[in-house]
Design a binder for this molecule. Structure first.
Ligand SMILES: [Fe+2]
Length: 386
């Protein structure tokens, strides 16, 4: 079966790539952007650099800087009101995955109306909205190149997956220099998120030869550099590798989908406000152990790509090394269990049926090499708690 691939039309990748923003806008025929960002980026100097570039190129701009971590449908509605009131022809999203995902939600709602939940998977999004130029300031979500956005429904607390061409940015600017000041926790969490993207894209039932190459490349870059990027924040080579790894993993999972880890991670994030990368990290070793018997050779390839198993090593032994490495990585990066994070046991137990049904409804578990039953998902949630 042919693989259908979605990617941005233009990308500028490398240190200093931010300076290409006016050129990218002009090449796409865009002249009146609304810049979408969060209060941190608005205050730390990065937004000033973006607007200075636009001013210098005589591009008029406005800023919507009210995006929040784990974007909500309410924030997107506010952004759409601003979008509708102005005369904008594009969105420039600057920030982590949340800012980029907010811009995607705004673009979808601006063109299609309705409510955000009308466009969650498996529903099709009929119209493509305003083009987005995505400028990530973290090395993690890969949202700058994906056809997904994740939005929390303000009324139900559900973390909804929204997918389609309408969510894929027209252009991405991938400049690792924007990540040199990322704090340790954010570097670790977003780094494990991107490693999870690469592993899940590779073992996904929707993987293709095209996504396999991207995923293995990303695993090698991330696994070999994540500890250095955490320990030495200004290590340029490690930061560059992490950024490239995150974007490459994004291109892989955008076209191969993620699987059980992400499916189970979203409800933990939604109900207990655990950062996305951290909830993935809490799940990754156990879910890998659960899934590996169904795709031993594929997981063994992951171990080899990450450099923790030899090329000629048998699959069983390579997978054992992969599990060791994922557990060690969580230890080294101080990833807490849900219990150690402070999640109340009785509340967690009480929500397990809802969390399991939301996980299944997202569609991601169906891409897993071993597709779990509802009961197995609940059991896995129990297993990772401590
Ligand atoms: Fe993710």
């Amino acid at each position: 079966m042919a693989a259908t691939i979605t990617t941005p039309r233009l990308m500028a990748i490398g240190g200093g790539a931010l300076a290409e923003l006016p050129v990218l806008l002009s090449r796409l025929g865009l002249a009146r952007p609304l810049v979408v960002t969060d209060p941190y980026i608005a205050g730390c100097g990065i937004l000033d650099r973006v607007t200075a570039l636009l001013d210098k190129a005589q591009v008029p701009w406005s800023v919507f800087s009210d995006t929040v971590a784990d974007p909500t449908s309410a924030v997107i509605d506010t952004g759409v009101t601003m979008l509708t009131a102005g005369d904008f022809d594009s969105l420039v999203a600057v920030g982590g995955g949340s800012s980029i995902d907010t811009a995607k939600g705004m673009s979808v709602m601006f063109a299609n109306g309705g409510r955000m939940r009308d466009w969650k998977v498996p529903n099709d999004i009929p119209k493509i909205g305003l083009p987005i130029v995505a400028i990530p300031t973290t090395a993690g979500t890969g949202s700058e190149v994906t056809r997904f956005t994740v939005v929390t429904d303000t009324e139900t607390d559900e973390k909804m997956l929204i997918a389609g061409l309408a969510c894929c940015p027209a252009a991405a600017i991938v400049d690792f220099e924007l990540t040199l000041t990322m704090p340790l926790r954010l570097t670790a969490d977003t780094g494990i998120d991107s490693l999870t993207h690469a592993i899940e894209a590779y073992v996904s039932r929707r993987a293709s030869p095209y996504t396999d190459g991207l995923a293995k490349n990303a695993m090698g870059l991330i696994a070999r550099n994540i500890r250095t990027a955490c320990a030495e924040p200004t290590h340029r080579a490690a930061r560059e590798a992490m950024m490239l790894g995150a974007t490459t993993a994004g291109m892989a999972f955008s076209n191969a989908s993620v699987a059980l880890v992400h499916g189970m991670s979203r409800p933990i994030g939604a109900f207990f406000h655990v950062p996305h990368g951290l909830s993935n990290a809490m799940l990754l070793p156990e879910i890998t152990a659960f899934s590996a018997p169904a795709a031993l050779d594929r997981y063994a390839d992951c171990a080899r790509a990450m450099g923790v198993a030899e090329e000629g090593e048998g699959s069983q032994s390579a997978v054992a090394r992969l599990l060791d490495e994922l557990r060690r990585l969580n230890d080294d990066l101080k990833v807490p269990s849900p219990k150690a994070y402070g999640i109340d046991r009785s509340r967690y137990d009480e929500l397990l049926p809802v969390m399991a049904s939301q996980a299944i409804a997202s569609g991601s578990p169906a891409n897993n090499p071993r597709v779990p039953s509802n009961e197995e998902i609940i059991e896995l949630y129990r297993r990772v708690y401590e």
